[in-house]
Design a protein around this ligand. Structure first.
Ligand code: NI
Length: 190
């Protein structure tokens, strides 16, 4: 297991749609090591998730985990989840407002995400798992799956005036935003 270098915005690997992996590749040592490294790298960087193309491996694999994350103290816990070849379908039309950051982009910004989505993927053993998720958890799933399609959250930021550094976000919006998110999580349940 190892901590890998994280690609930063401007590197083409972040803008190239990642390719699906086969069952045989997934069972092999290289891809299993990559999954272990994604988990280590995500935890080391304090991310809520990470996609394989963020560590320069252009395959459709991402990991997600939230456990009292200091970068995102308002996010409800998500157990460690590995998504291989995920397919995302919206459930209903409803959207919600969110502010996101990314390990590959040194800013945060406001955007909208689908309130509810269904994600069908393999787990790391190649078994199909269906995740129906809502709210902030659904936002995290959408963010990571966007990476696999070569998209970054900034592509969804509709008002560039909401872009901030982490330090200025904490200074000027952190408390109010955490309170907004606490109320939202209370209402939606995730
Ligand atoms: Ni990201």
């Amino acid at each position: 297991m190892a901590i890998r270098k994280i690609a930063q915005i401007g590197h083409p690997v972040l803008r190239t749609p990642a390719r699906p992996v086969t069952h045989d590749e997934l069972a092999g040592g290289a891809v299993q090591r990559l999954i272990d490294d994604l988990v280590d790298t995500m935890r080391d960087a304090g991310g809520a998730g990470i996609a394989a193309n963020q560590v320069y491996e252009p395959v459709r694999i991402c990991t997600i985990e939230v456990d009292r994350n200091p970068r995102y103290p308002y996010k409800p816990p998500i157990p460690l989840t590995v998504l291989v070849n995920p397919v995302l379908e919206p459930i209903g039309e409803e959207m919600f407002d969110l502010n996101e950051g990314c390990l590959s982009v040194p800013l945060r910004g406001d955007l909208q995400r689908r309130l509810r989505v269904r994600v069908t993927a393999w787990d790391r053993y190649g078994d199909t798992v269906v995740h129906e998720v809502a709210g902030l958890t659904a936002g995290t799933f959408q963010h990571e799956i966007d990476h696999l399609d070569g998209m970054l959250y900034i592509d969804r930021v509709t008002d560039s005036r909401t872009l901030t550094t982490w330090q200025e976000f904490d200074r000027h919006r952190g408390q109010a935003f955490a309170a907004e998110m606490a109320a939202f999580v209370e209402r939606i349940g995730s």
